[in-house]
Ligand binder design. Sequence first.
Ligand code: FDA
Length: 503
Amino acid sequence: RSGSFVPAVVVGTGYGAAVSALRLAEAGIPTLMLEMGRLWNTPGPDGRVFCGMLNPDRRSSWFRTRTQAPLSSFLWLDVVNRDIERYPGVLDRVDYDHMSVYVGRGVGGGSLVNGGMAVVPRREYLRQVLPRIDSARMYGRYFPRANAMLRVNLIDKGWFESTDWYRFARVSREQAGRAGLHTVFIPNVYDFGYMRREADGRVPRSALAGEVIYGNNHGKASLDKTYLAAALGTGKVVIETLHQVRAIRQERDGSYVLTVDQTDEGGAVLRRKEIGCRYVFLGAGSLGSTELLLRARETGALPDLGTEIGRGWGPNGNVMTARASHLWQPTGAHQSCIPVLGIDDWDNPDHPVFAEIAPLPAGLETWASLYLAITRNPERGTFVYDKAAGRARLRWTRDQSAPAVAAARSLFDRMNRANRTHYRRDLFGTPAKAFADDFCYHPLGGCVLGRATDDYGRVRGYRHLYVNDGALIPGSVGVNPFVTITALAERNVERVIAEDIAR
Ligand code: FDA
């Protein structure tokens, strides 16, 4: 394929990329998707495609010699992480100075590793964050389309109330209630019918067997089973794996050339390819799409890119925390890895928080309750290009996480006071701390809609170059982001196909 030309290239295979490829293909446009990670469809020696969280192997992590689980310790002991072989595993952690960002690698991007929580944001808040999008169309057309395509479903409430697997969530709900806080059920792309059959012992276990951040072997409708399967089904889409896009330049005739490294499973570059195309859709995620455009601007490859590239980044106000329960209120040795309840205090005028009640599937009783809080942190980071290293650096300082911690603290102090409980400080490594504010799961922004791009993701300064992923959302959306990324991508690509693409 060296020196080949295709009509459209989509970089990445996450949410924004998968939507873009499917809709381009349906419009009759042959589309090549380039993904730096693997295709996760072949079982390893143990007969499983993915490894579990309690006994991770090389499949867990993107080119590391030790796993880097977000919960790194238990009673301050490093019992969670394992030495592993370097391999293109499914979960990556990109480390910047004061912030580490977890991302998925492989065909399906973040959908392979995430908790599957599928939440439509509050209408008023989305209007504040992205004021120029038509919210009637967004909520009437694109969110329903995204939910249907992603196969979002809800847990059966009767089963939730009775099963041991969600005792941990019921304990937190009761304790939240004592503090005057209310909880809401959170929809998910994990098939709850399958989960019930897991509980009954009728099918192989996945969510009920400690699987989530290193991939689910069953039950989850990740993108490879939804959008990407549909895209491949058109016969117009080809996905090349272990292909990392390094550079983008433009030819005199307006077409683009991508420089792409094809690597092997050891990370060695097998071949460097140049791929020409008329349309480029960046779906490499907040970090990936932003870095590609920054590099193009700073190396002079695309000199007309503006100063907005790299700006408006945020971690969706993410903070993780954990509380200790009383001995007489166990959270359960059996915990489903799929969260289904959130504490919704977003209407709090001082400290809005939406906190998912997360499992801590240790396989034994821990009396711990874990939470991923989404807060409204107004701080934003900026990516700058480090020419010597050839990569983007994130300007984000530790104190920029302080508003998020203050909000989470205000909610969980309230819960602790009402229940006479306290924080667990032994779970997030040393030194001991109650709040993990140095990593996130929800990177957003870097090429913000209406600033770095027009209102539909067309990159300012260039024709036929688009961003269509989490990089468009300015740092915060108030809920878990993938449904919004999907719906926004549906909206943008529909307009772009109608107006820009010659057939
Ligand atoms: P996404 O990151 O999905 O995809 C980008 C793809 O591009 C990746 O496959 C990557 O390998 C590839 N790529 C990057 N650079 C490239 C290059 N140069 N060349 C080729 N390929 C390249 N959200 C939610 O709504 N509910 C939830 O429950 C969770 N839970 C959760 C848990 C964990 C552990 C994580 C890490 C994340 C979540 N999230 C989540 C977040 C969610 O997964 C995330 O917001 C989306 O995956 C982002 O979608 P994008 O389309 O922006 O990119």
